[in-house]
Design a protein around this ligand. Structure first.
Ligand SMILES: Cc1cc2nc3c(=O)[nH]c(=O)nc-3n(C[C@H](O)[C@H](O)[C@H](O)COP(=O)(O)OP(=O)(O)OC[C@H]3O[C@@H](n4cnc5c(N)ncnc54)[C@H](O)[C@@H]3O)c2cc1C
Length: 280
């Protein structure tokens, strides 16, 4: 999804009701949850859709408004009309020459915003993550880092409202357990829903800045994953940074025996409308 391709003409104002840290102060990364209320009308957000946040300029490189997308994590069905949450990771970028750290504009703006402030948004944009009608459908879900945002709402719907019976395998996590968000929801659901099977993924070397090792986690559960992918009605959902998709493809190519075999299986899932991804 490219920002240039979006229709951001009709912006609207939201009010920030609360801005809460999801990660503890000692975590190396900060992720915050923003509870927002759409100002003028009820908006119908669906799990998997995103809103565009516009930060007024001028900015350092001359752009007037800096626009970035954030996925809706909780939806009005859970919070009440017009209310929704975003799950935002504070981004900083390292200049490889000077060694200086620069704050990302939109993520820092959001993480520092005080309750009571208003902000300019557009959307929602993007296709929602649709849940199949048949509650026996098996689901394979990968949501690492802030990629878990759309799945929190989805998992709540599956188990709180729809009494889901099909197997639901979730790979979730962050570099360390401290940075893993919504793990309370995941633990609570896995205690009461027999069909839910979460796998926590962390980095083997967080001190070196290594990413979560999704490949190793899939490898450790290879038989289970491959069996799930072999089910005729399985649906696959992926969200997070682009490398999540790359690691997933690499691990599944190994399980399938070759990159070509996995590409063919993935294509079949896409053609059948059983593959949804939101990678950024
Ligand atoms: C569909 C979609 C959904 C998304 N959902 C979420 C979500 O739910 N949660 C979430 O946290 N994020 C999400 N993102 C990512 C988010 O949109 C932003 O990309 C992210 O927060 C960084 O934006 P920023 O404005 O903070 O950083 P920016 O200011 O845009 O910086 C981004 C880039 O600029 C470079 N840069 C920045 N400052 C400097 C500098 N001074 N010198 C040199 N280079 C510099 C960096 O290399 C970096 O690549 C999503 C993205 C997409 C496309």
């Amino acid at each position: 999804m490219r920002i240039e391709d979006l229709d951001l003409g009709r912006s609207w104002t939201a009010k920030l009701l609360a801005n809460t840290a999801l990660t503890p102060p000692e975590a190396r990364e900060e992720v915050r949850e923003l509870l927002l209320e759409a100002g003028d009308e009820e908006r119908d957000f669906r799990a998997g859709q995103s809103v565009a946040v516009s930060v007024a300029g001028p900015h350092e490189f001359g752009q007037q408004a800096h626009v970035r997308l954030y996925t809706v994590a909780r939806i009005p069905a859970e919070l009440g009309p017009g209310r929704f949450t975003l799950c935002v990771r504070r981004c900083t970028f390292l200049d490889p020459y000077s060694g200086e750290r620069f704050p990302g504009i939109a993520s820092n703006y959001l993480c520092d915003l005080k309750a009571g402030s208003t902000l300019s948004l557009a959307g929602p944009v993007g296709l929602p993550f649709l849940i199949p009608n048949d509650p026996w459908t098996p689901l394979l879900i990968v949501g690492l880092g802030t990629g878990i945002a759309p799945f929190r709402a989805m998992l709540r719907e599956l188990f709180d409202e729809r009494d889901w019976r099909g197997k639901v395998m979730l790979f979730h996590g962050a570099r360390t357990g401290l940075e893993t968000v919504y793990s309370g929801d995941v633990a609570e659901l896995s205690e009461r829903a027999a069909a839910f099977s979460p796998v926590a993924v962390v980095s083997p070397r967080p001190a070196w800045g290594d990413q979560e090792d999704l490949g190793a986690a899939i490898h450790a559960h290879q038989e289970e994953v491959w069996q799930l992918l072999g089910e005729s009605e399985v649906h696959v959902y992926l969200a997070g940074l682009n490398w999540v998709g790359e690691q997933f493809d690499k691990a599944l190519a190994e399980a399938a025996g070759s990159a070509e075999a996995w590409a063919a299986r993935k294509e079949a899932l896409k053609n059948a409308g059983r593959w949804t991804s939101l990678l950024y």
